[in-house]
Design a protein around this ligand. Structure first.
Ligand SMILES: [Zn+2]
Length: 119
């Protein structure tokens, strides 16, 4: 892992990933696999209960600074202040409300959007 840190003052143009939290290993921060009720880290071999898995932010952003475009990825608890809670806390809320936050995309609305884009 690259430990060098740089300060970048830039404008965020787009969020590149729709899934911006992931279940992470508490030892090495790698993505863990959740299989039935167990969690398993493919990198360090750490195992645990799936329901105790902690989550981590991973925001892939397209940003602009001066006249340059960058793709950057922001990881971890530095984003807690931005979201107002930890990634694990956000995951709990999303999991409890998953039926309420999913917006069905109907074919007619997709069609309308496509027609608008053609104009
Ligand atoms: Zn690990």
């Amino acid at each position: 892992m690259n430990r060098r840190r740089k300060f970048l003052l830039a404008s965020v143009l787009a969020l590149q990933n729709s899934s911006f939290i992931y279940p992470s290993c508490q030892k090495c921060f790698s993505r863990i696999l959740l299989v039935s009720k167990r969690s398993n880290c493919p990198k360090c071999g750490s195992t645990g209960e799936a329901e105790n898995a902690s989550y981590r932010y991973k925001l892939a952003l397209k940003v602009a600074e001066s006249n340059k475009l960058f793709g950057i990825t922001v990881f971890g608890s530095c984003l807690d202040a931005f979201f107002g809670l930890t990634a694990t806390g956000l995951h709990r809320i999303l999991k409890a409300n998953i039926d309420k936050v999913q917006v069905p995309v109907t074919s007619s609305s997709a069609q309308t959007t496509r027609e608008k884009l053609k104009r």
